[in-house]
Structure formats: structure tokens, C-alpha cells
Design a protein around this ligand. Structure first.
Ligand SMILES: Nc1ncnc2c1ncn2[C@@H]1O[C@H](COP(=O)(O)OP(=O)(O)OP(=O)(O)O)[C@@H](O)[C@H]1O
Length: 546
């Protein structure tokens, strides 16, 4: 079975079967420590005030259960209230800092510095200002929960793979949509990491704050046990505090599990009557670029990526762009997609200059741009959702598209459960689902093995018929197999050094790769690229990376 057909379903590996189930190993180690502890205390007759035995601690805790229970209740309330409050503030802080770079530059260092102030300095002040009751301790917990939550969430909001942003932007997503539907779900794992840290520290922070000024709680209980030399009760309180911490940690882990993407797979649902099944495809436009140039300024250096690139792409034509690495191919595609603007020159669509190409072209970026928390159908549905269709109808149309393209079995699979070839196909189906007449493909199959690439090239040849297509590739064979015209760019700054007209009927069949004329065309492209003599461009399955 090729990589393209094999779904990846997470499951226990052979190695995992030999492992202990989660937590069991830790429980056994803990039990061992308790047994050794009991033996040492009994055998060496250690005085209870120095080190009480585990059985003595349990007996003392049971005898003092009502008092210990009340103390646990107070500390738990403070820790939970403080954690919730700190999380709400932390989330608000993260979104504010994300929204404003000025605010981020001004407040982020303050946030970091605030962590340098020790608890023993902060807690007494808060207690003086807000009193000895539970509120002041909850506030102290909140103050120390804000930092991990805000920092982790902010990092998650900022570290979204650029391909996910550019793909959804070209599908028509607004900044707000991207924030809520791409950045926020992406940041969820970061957020939960921060929340786990905050939850771990919350009970200990509350108890320490109680230590510094309170009427009740585990901190007060510990103080009174110490004052009366009841070491057994000190241990009992420490165990209760640990249990509370584990409980809070478990609650956060459960929340994370409940919010996992797997739980949001939607059941198949038909379109409501009255909604059109599909949007009509827009006509394939003719595209012309006039002396496009793009300079980047990085520090003190100016990098000229493109210089005077003029292309003429007819309606429905398939153009492949090849050139050495770094010659500006992606830059050219980004300009055509409306994600970047040229420093000079312009782009005309059907003879008319367009202010922005966003919304004109369907763009498939170089990297895997699928949203990992959405199913295959959910990813394909993004295009229709953004064009204003109801979620249900978008979902229904997405399922039909996936079935039409041979992925009907995998509509409910998450991207991580699909093979590389399937992910490429889903990304292409999503791109095609915009029903835009202009397709821009940036090395769509670069990450795939040669057999899968070859299958998908045949598939793309059929799927792109009727659309104007621009493909960026490093693979000369792929360019010749798919395109009507191959445009060859020079090393940076990219300039057109020549074009090769392919002239076979589209869609193409795999037999073309054994055709003498195909080999000659590959050689022609390769000589324009001035590849060293002897570079093999004629092996059908083998790609010639430039
Ligand atoms: N945002 C940017 N800031 C600074 N320089 C950039 C930026 N984007 C691209 N460049 C530079 O422009 C040049 C062209 O980059 P581009 O990614 O378009 O090349 P490419 O032909 O697609 O490369 P590859 O084939 O390796 O993917 C490179 O030298 C790159 O470093």
C-alpha cells in the first residue's frame, strides 16, 4: 500500500504495550517509598516528633478530620477562585498584548519583572490591603497565575505556522476570523501548558499566603500543628496540599482533553433544502505581470528577489515556474496571491490592473497548511464557510468534494491521521473549493515520496483542467508533466531566462513520462537552467531538484 492510501490512526505502538499505564509506575514508586519509610521508623524506633510513621500520620489525620477538612476546603476555594480569576486576567492580557505591539513592548517586561518579586513580599501587602479573609489569598493566587497563562497564550497566538495564515487569508478570512478560528485554536495547547503550571502552584501559593496572614486554611493549620509539635499533623497537611495540587492539575488536564479536536467531529448532515449545492466556478482569468520587481530590506542589506518579471498566462493555461533556490519563485506567487506587493511593476487580470489579488486566486502554500484541529471535511469547508455559506451546507459540500476526489472514507479524519499524500490532496481540494478560476500552487508535493508524487501529479493534471494555474516547483519532470508552458527564472534576482512550450493535451496520462518528447523537453528546461552536464532529468519517477 502506498503512503498516499494509508491512513494514519494514532494507536498504541508495540513498544507502548510493554509500558506501564499512565501513573501506575509513579504509584508503585510512591508505595515503595511509604513501605520503606514505615520499616525505617519501626525498625529504628524513630521518635514521632522527628519522623512519624505513615500509619501514625493517617491515624492522626483521621482523628483530626473535621478540622483538616475545613482547612482543605478554605485553601481549595482560595486556590480555585484565584486560578479562575488569574486565568481570566491572563487571557485578557494575552489578547491585549497580541493586539497592540506598543502595549506588548510596554507591558511584557513589567509582566516578567512582576515574577521577580517574591511571594513573601507581595502576600503581606495584599493581605494588609484586602483583609485576612479568603479574598486576599485568592487575589495572591490570581497574581501568580496571570503570568504563566498570559505568556503561554501570547506565544501560542504568535507562533502559528505562516502557511496556515496565508492559506486562510487567500481563502478570504478576515483578521478577526484568523484570530478566532486559526490563532486561538492553535494557541490552545500553549494556553493549557500555562494553565497547568498555574494550577500546580495555586494551592501552595494560597497556603503560603495563609501562612503570612489568615484565619483559616492549610497554611494556618500547618502553623498551629508546628506550634504544638504535632509533626504527624504537619505531614497530614502536606499530603492534603499535594492531593489538592494533583486534583487541580487533573481538572486542567480533563478540560484540555474535553477541548481536544477529536471531540468536535461533526456527524454527517445533509444540506438544508433550498441552498445551492455548489457555487458556480468563476471563469479562468488571463493573468499578465508587467516588469514585476520585489526588494526586501533585511537590516542594512537590500535583497532583490525579483527583477522585471513579465509573464503572459492565458485563460485556462497551466504555467510552471522553475528556477534555482532563492530566485524569487515564492515571492512571485505571494504577489499573485495578493499576500505581498511588488516594489515595482503590476499585475493585470483579464487586461485590467487589480489593486489587490486577495480573493482573486486560490492559493496552496508550500508547507502543510491544514488546520490540525479540524477534520478533513472541516478543513475543506473553510473555503465555503468564508464565502458566507452556512456551516452545515459548507460541511456537506466539503464531504461531497472529498468523495469526488477519492477521500470519501476520510472526511472525519484529522490531518494527523492522514498520510502526507492525503494531506496534500485535502489541501488541494480546499484550495479548489474556492471555485476561483486562478490556482496558485507552491511546491504542493515537495514533501512526498516519488511514487505518491507521481500519482498526485496525474491527479492534479485532471483536477486543474478549466482553471488558470501557476505552479512553482523544483522538479523539472513535474513542470513538464503538468504545464502548458514552463517559465525558467535566473538565480536571484529572478528574471525570466526562457520559456518552454510543452504542447501536450491536458489532462496528461502517466504514459507521457515514457515519451521521447517528454525527455527532450526536460532536457531543454534543464539547459535553460544551465544545470551541469550529466544531470539526470529523464528518469520519470526521479525528480531533478534544482
Ligand atoms: N520576508 C522576507 N524578508 C527578507 N528577505 C526575503 C523575504 N522573503 C524572501 N526573501 C528573500 O528573497 C529571496 C527569494 O525568496 P523566495 O522564497 O521567493 O525564493 P524561492 O525561489 O521560492 O526559494 P526556494 O526555491 O528555496 O523556496 C531569498 O533570497 C529570500 O531570502
Amino acid at each position: 500500500m502506498s503512503d498516499d492510501r494509508r491512513p494514519r490512526r494514532p494507536g498504541p505502538s508495540t513498544g507502548a504495550r510493554a509500558q506501564w499505564p499512565g501513573g501506575a509506575l509513579a504509584a508503585v514508586v510512591l508505595l515503595g517509598v511509604v513501605i520503606v519509610w514505615q520499616l525505617v521508623v519501626t525498625v529504628f524506633e524513630v521518635r514521632p516528633r522527628v519522623l512519624p510513621s505513615p500509619t501514625r500520620i493517617v491515624t492522626a489525620a483521621m482523628a483530626d478530620l473535621p478540622k483538616l477538612g475545613r482547612a482543605v476546603g478554605v485553601t481549595a476555594t482560595e486556590a480555585l477562585t484565584g486560578l479562575v480569576l488569574g486565568t481570566v486576567i491572563g487571557v485578557a492580557v494575552a489578547y491585549c498584548l497580541f493586539a497592540s505591539s506598543v502595549l506588548e513592548r510596554a507591558l511584557y517586561p513589567v509582566l516578567v519583572l512582576s515574577q521577580a518579586v517574591p511571594l513573601i513580599a507581595v502576600a503581606p501587602l495584599v493581605i494588609i490591603w484586602f483583609g485576612f479573609e479568603m479574598g486576599s489569598k485568592a487575589l495572591v493566587v490570581a497574581l501568580y497565575a496571570v503570568f504563566p497563562v498570559a505568556v503561554a497564550l501570547l506565544r501560542g497566538l504568535k507562533r502559528v505556522p505562516p502557511a496556515q495564515i496565508s492559506a486562510t487569508r487567500t481563502l478570504g478570512a478576515s483578521r478577526m476570523w484568523i484570530l478566532l478560528s486559526v490563532r486561538t485554536p492553535h494557541a490552545a495547547t500553549h494556553f493549557f501548558s500555562g494553565l497547568r503550571i498555574a494550577a500546580t502552584y495555586a494551592p501552595a501559593t494560597a497556603a503560603t499566603a495563609e501562612f503570612l496572614g489568615a484565619r483559616a486554611g492549610l497554611g494556618v493549620y500547618l502553623l498551629s500543628a508546628q506550634a504544638s509539635f504535632r509533626t504527624d499533623l504537619v505531614f497530614a497537611a502536606a499530603v492534603a496540599l499535594t492531593a489538592l495540587t494533583l486534583l487541580l492539575f487533573g481538572v486542567v488536564a480533563a478540560l484540555e482533553w474535553l477541548s481536544a479536536p477529536r471531540r468536535f467531529r461533526r456527524a454527517s448532515a445533509p444540506s438544508p433544502p433550498g441552498e445551492p449545492a455548489e457555487h458556480p466556478a468563476t471563469p479562468a482569468p488571463a493573468v499578465r505581470t508587467e516588469r514585476l520587481a520585489r526588494d526586501f530590506v533585511a537590516g542594512r542589506t537590500r535583497v532583490a528577489a525579483l527583477d522585471g518579471v513579465s509573464l503572459e498566462i492565458g485563460s485556462g493555461e497551466f504555467v510552471a515556474v522553475v528556477g534555482p533556490s532563492g530566485c524569487g519563485k515564492t515571492t512571485l506567487l505571494n504577489i499573485l496571491a495578493g499576500l505581498d506587493e511588488p516594489t515595482a511593476g503590476r499585475v493585470l487580470v483579464d487586461g485590467r490592473p487589480v489593486p489587490s489579488l486577495l480573493g482573486v486566486a486560490a492559493y496552496m502554500p508550500q508547507q502543510d497548511s491544514l488546520l490540525p484541529w479540524r477534520t478533513a471535511a472541516g478543513n475543506v469547508a473553510v473555503a465555503a464557510e468564508l464565502s458566507g455559506r452556512s456551516r452545515r451546507s459548507a460541511d456537506d459540500a466539503a464531504r461531497r468534494s472529498l468523495t469526488d476526489f477519492g477521500l470519501g472514507e476520510f472526511t472525519e479524519a484529522l490531518p494527523e491521521e492522514l498520510s502526507g499524500g492525503m494531506r496534500s490532496r485535502v489541501a488541494f481540494i480546499r484550495t479548489a473549493a474556492t471555485h476561483r478560476g486562478l490556482l496558485l500552487l507552491d511546491e504542493p508535493f515537495a514533501a512526498l515520496d516519488s511514487i505518491t508524487r507521481s500519482t498526485l501529479q496525474t491527479w492534479l493534471s485532471a483536477a486543474s483542467v478549466g482553471r488558470t494555474s501557476v505552479l512553482v516547483t523544483h522538479d523539472i519532470g513535474e513542470a513538464v508533466f503538468l504545464a502548458d508552458t514552463v517559465v525558467v527564472l535566473s538565480p536571484r534576482p529572478g528574471q525570466v531566462v526562457g520559456t518552454v512550450t510543452v504542447g501536450f493535451e491536458r489532462p496528461r496520462s502517466p504514459a507521457l513520462r515514457r515519451d521521447e518528447r517528454y525527455f527532450r523537453l526536460c532536457a531543454e528546461v534543464s539547459s535553460l537552467l544551465a544545470l551541469p552536464a550529466g544531470t539526470d532529468t529523464n528518469t520519470p519517477m526521479e525528480r531533478t531538484n534544482i
